[in-house]
Design a protein around this ligand. Sequence first.
Ligand code: FNR
Length: 345
Amino acid sequence: MEKEPAPVTRTRLNYDNKLILAPMVRIGTLPMRLLALDYGADIVYTEELIDRKLLRSIRRENDVLSTIDYIDKTDGTVVFRTCPREREHVVLQIGTSDPLRAAEVARMVEKDVAGIDVNMGCPKKFSILGGMGASLLSDPRKATNILRKMIETVTIPVTCKIRVLFSLEETLQLCDTLASTGIEAIAIHGRTIEERPQHPNRNQVLKQISDRLSIPVIANGGSKDIQQHSDIFRFKEKTGCSSVMLARAAQWNCSIFRKEGLLSMENVIKSYLKYAVDCDNSPSNTKYCVQNILRELQESPLGRKFLDSQTLEQICEVWGLGDYCRSKNKEFRDKGLLGRFQVMP
Ligand code: FNR
């Protein structure tokens, strides 16, 4: 594959001293990414998308929503939706086990995203059996082949996200090997594959890695101790890392990125829902994200009303945004939006 030059107008994404929305399956879709940017995140990762799925999608510019959609050729569903507002900030995370497929995906999305990341930390059976995610931690040769091939193919930054290994020495060795490929930065979740979220994050290991590597190290795994914005910097200091990546803290209340302080859950849900409507996000994905903001409050009367809702309009109605949803839907229909799942001609 021949390498194409990146458009001259683009600034290269810098991973130093940044606040980052972590990749989260189903949570990190376009509305949440836009909200995180509004609140002060510098970089937003997509949810992990599997290389094969992206490769069987087709790129479409959606003039009604002003988005760029990658649509599954087989069923017409939106695999990845992005927009110009996030182009200089969004990092697409892929699940892959193959250098050629990974490079092909990177080339396919290169003009629409600021960076591309390989998931090397997912411990789920689906990933491990497919030779993806955390299985790459025990196959550094394959992991480095994937990264090298991607770096060779595209001009946007390539990164990976890993977990720590049980032994410090092995972890440092792995980080040296991965960094030697030319990746721009590395995100590290300070728990091993076996460890669960309730286990302490190995902040000291992150510190040793960041002391050792010359590329930016992105600290991850600190959400349990991050209740307010200032806690982010405590985590950054403890780990000595260049940047901090948040998953659960942002999933629960995305305004954690706001340096002016947290906003109320109601405020965050309303802003999230407006983006969900603007992006024509699917009701099931929207509901899942709101559920993860509401958490135990799903048991409240408002929560139960929300759980009963099925359509985007019904969800919006719970927070007094029914009119907003209806007027946007009308606007989209008038402009000719085909419906959520745009069936290919
Ligand atoms: C995750 N995580 C994750 N990691 C990844 O590399 N790709 C992914 O798609 C996902 N998906 C995902 C979904 C959800 C709902 C959660 C909670 C987590 C892991 C995540 O990015 C992060 O590494 C861990 O959650 C630890 O960071 P926090 O939560 O302590 O900030």
